[in-house]
Design a protein around this ligand. Structure first.
Ligand code: PMV
Length: 344
């Protein structure tokens, strides 16, 4: 019996950075779900001999692009362990997990959001097949995804997605993400994200370590308050379609995330010289043309260039004439706001 889900990555506009308890967010966040950057995962299950299941261990194998990848096993094992209270049959079966990313594994694009959400959707679907009751499939899928990787909670829906309780989003929750159902200006429904790949290696400091360094961070409290305020400010901007205010807020969020890293103890910097060169070029282009082209960053050196679809040709002109020179092996990925995961 095999199940396949394709699930996208997402890019946060108001960032989640800092957590507590079982992967609960220190502040609420909001993201655009992407489309072209996605993971396809096939889960094949097989009953285990009783004698094996009595050993108390999970039985699984993981293939990335057809190649058995033991280096991912500890992360999967820890995830299975954490969700076994919710999905009780996990130790009774053997799981074959075959996964494929649409973007190169080493591209520096976070594969944890798409990967953990694709796997969670497969496991929850199998839970339904086994007679489990799942009253709200995507909420539950978001909760399972969150346990795998916080940002993965937002990948189970399309469009704009909020994770973490916020007074202005009535159904928002700490344990799972919800789609933003209020009216959004149509230009934000088709926003473009060109991901400029500055550095494709393993990150010097993982997100897990970075979140942990917020625990004794001198600016943690003000950062969390600021994120709550930024989310309040962003909601009317998304409704009205004010690109300038959108860009100002989103760029400030990205730089604040990296400022938190620089003010951690120990401090660290994930941006590279070419990250700053791209930011400078985007600012110059905006000043010279008046066009709404903005950037955001996740926990790495790559730059996500955000702009409305209406100016795609001009924005791509900037990429091809100028920005590509700052990308590793001239690589970039053209993406846009997507509709969320699908069962294939
Ligand atoms: O989900 P994690 O633990 O990889 O953390 C993601 C953190 C950021 O990408 C920097 C921000 C976010 O909200 O996605």
């Amino acid at each position: 019996m095999s199940i396949t889900w394709k699930s996208p990555s997402n890019i946060a506009l108001v960032k989640y950075w800092g957590k507590y308890g079982n992967q609960l967010p220190a502040n609420p966040s909001i993201s655009f779900t992407l489309d072209n950057c996605h993971t396809s995962t096939t889960l094949t299950t097989e009953e285990r001999e009783l004698v094996h299941s009595l050993s108390g261990d999970f039985s699984f194998e993981l293939y990335l692009d057809g190649v058995k990848t033991p280096s991912f096993e500890p992360k999967i094992e820890s995830y299975l362990n954490k969700i076994s209270g919710i999905i009780p049959w996990l130790k009774d079966i053997h799981l074959k997990i075959e996964t494929h990313n649409s973007f190169p594994h080493s591209s520096g694009i976070a594969s944890s959001a798409s990967g953990m959400s694709a796997l969670s959707l497969c496991i929850l679907d199998e839970h339904l097949n086994r007679g489990g009751e799942v009253p709200d499939f995507f909420k539950r899928a978001s909760l399972l995804s969150r346990i795998g990787s916080g940002s993965a909670s937002r990948s189970v829906y399309g469009g704009l997605v909020v994770w973490g309780s916020h007074q202005d989003v009535p159904d928002s929750h700490q344990e799972y993400a919800v789609p933003l159902t209020r009216v959004i200006h149509p230009e934000f429904e088709t926003y473009q994200d060109t991901v400029l790949l500055v550095d494709v290696g393993e990150k010097a400091v993982s997100s897990t370590v970075g979140h942990g360094l917020m625990d004794n961070h001198p600016y943690a409290k003000s950062r969390y308050d600021h994120a709550v305020k930024n989310l309040s400010s962003l909601l009317p901007i998304l409704k009205d379609g004010n690109h300038e205010e959108f860009g100002h807020l989103v760029e400030s969020e990205a730089l604040t995330l990296h400022a938190m890293m620089m003010a951690s103890n120990p401090y660290f910097i994930l941006m590279k010289p070419n990250t700053l060169k791209i930011i400078e070029s985007i600012w110059n282009f905006r000043r010279d043309t008046g066009l709404p082209v903005y950037f955001t960053l996740d926990a790495g050196a790559n730059v996500h260039m955000l702009y409305p679809k209406a100016i795609e040709q001009k924005a791509m002109g900037l990429v091809k004439e100028e920005l590509v020179a700052f990308c590793k092996d001239s690589a970039y990925i053209c993406d846009h706001v997507g509709t969320g995961p699908s069962k294939t």
